[in-house]
Design a protein around this ligand. Structure first.
Ligand SMILES: [Mg+2]
Length: 346
């Protein structure tokens, strides 16, 4: 599992090398390669910047995603990147391209969806752009935030650290599997179907949890799970020049995801490692800090934190189940020759 990077990571590496060759940038503490860029407009001030694209038939289908869902999710995926740094989101630029026949009501609903998530996080939409699109909906949100303490990076995990993840994994993939079907799977409770489809259409990024974790002490590295923990964990460990050992049995998978998987004959663990778009936080922490962090998240936010493995020396990432090393579904990779609309994050 180690060292085998897919197309998107190779592309990002090439872009990173090109920008590095363009010369030294001033006021850039962390450039390409983390969840956000960390910018220093003046000494002691840290600005976080992130951007994401959402494309029709790559990230969503109009058959099951309403304009308001698309607006909500476009903001959510960016909020999740700010959360991953332990930062506070502040200002969003929202750009939308859509077909000529899109109605004013649909466009208003899109912005209402984005604002419905922006408001509770005190994020202001301060600009953007609109255009007609010859090929479906295309959304780009850029989000700026501020760093309260030092930003939590991907690159600072240490051998011996505990690896942990918030919430549950595979929920979004379960929701996508339900949405892509023509009929609801038999034998799954309506509440469970609603739960997993909402996880896919309207994810709730861990903004408060991220800010608390970033300031709580003991968290050595953090990122959000956008493409699947299989690939995202390899990215975090790769940036940290470390390896990892993960216990597949400990991956948190909830009852709704298991019920949908059972009804569809799918593997919930493959959804958990490879489904992507869960927008949970993946972190490395000092082992002695884990229980305090777990209790803090449960007491303050009612959010679970589950230990799934540990950071190791070297660069090999291994997944274990009942004492044996196993292969796991890795996660979504753009430019890896996979079919479109199978879910993707950033
Ligand atoms: Mg991210």
């Amino acid at each position: 599992m180690s060292g085998d990077r897919g197309g998107e990571d190779a592309l990002v590496r090439a872009i990173r090398a090109l920008t590095a060759r363009a010369g030294a940038a001033t006021g850039v503490s962390v450039g390409i390669g983390d969840d956000c860029a960390v910018l220093e407009p003046r000494a002691g001030a840290a600005l976080l910047a992130t951007t994401d694209l959402l494309l029709e038939d790559v990230h969503f289908r109009r058959r099951w995603a309403e304009p308001a869902d698309i607006g909500w999710k476009a903001l959510a995926v960016n909020l999740s990147d700010i959360a991953a740094m332990g930062g506070r989101p502040r200002w969003a630029l929202v750009a939308l391209a859509c077909p000529e026949d899109t109605t004013a009501e649909e466009i208003a609903a899109f912005y209402e969806g984005a604002l419905a998530l922006a408001r509770p996080h005190d994020v202001a939409v301060v600009g953007g752009d609109t255009s007609a699109s010859p090929a479906g909906w295309l959304v780009n949100v850029t989000l700026l935030g501020e760093s309260v303490g030092a930003p939590r990076l991907r690159s600072t995990a240490q051998p011996g650290d505990t690896l942990a993840v918030t919430g549950a994994l595979g929920r979004s993939a379960a929701g996508l599997a339900v949405l892509e079907r023509e009929t609801a799977p038999a034998g799954v409770k309506a509440a469970q179907l609603a739960d997993v489809t909402a996880a896919h259409l309207r994810p709730r990024p861990r903004v408060e949890e991220g800010a608390w974790l970033g300031a709580a002490g003991g968290v050595t590295a953090m990122m959000d799970v956008s493409d699947g923990v299989g690939i995202d964990l390899a990215r975090l460990l790769g940036e940290s020049a470390a390896g990892g050992r993960i216990d597949v049995e400990r991956l948190p998978v909830d009852d709704a995801t298991r019920a949908v998987a059972a009804a569809l004959g799918a593997d919930p663990i493959a959804w958990a490692t490879g489904g992507g778009e869960d927008y949970e936080l993946l972190l490395a922490c000092e082992p002695a800090a884990f229980e305090r962090l777990q209790r803090g998240l449960a007491d303050r936010f009612g959010t679970a934190l589950t230990a799934i493995g540990e950071v190791t020396a070297g660069t090999s990432v291994s997944w274990w189940s009942r004492g044996r090393e196993v292969a796991v579904a890795r996660g979504f990779e753009h430019f890896a020759g996979r079919p479109a609309a199978s879910g993707a994050g950033a």
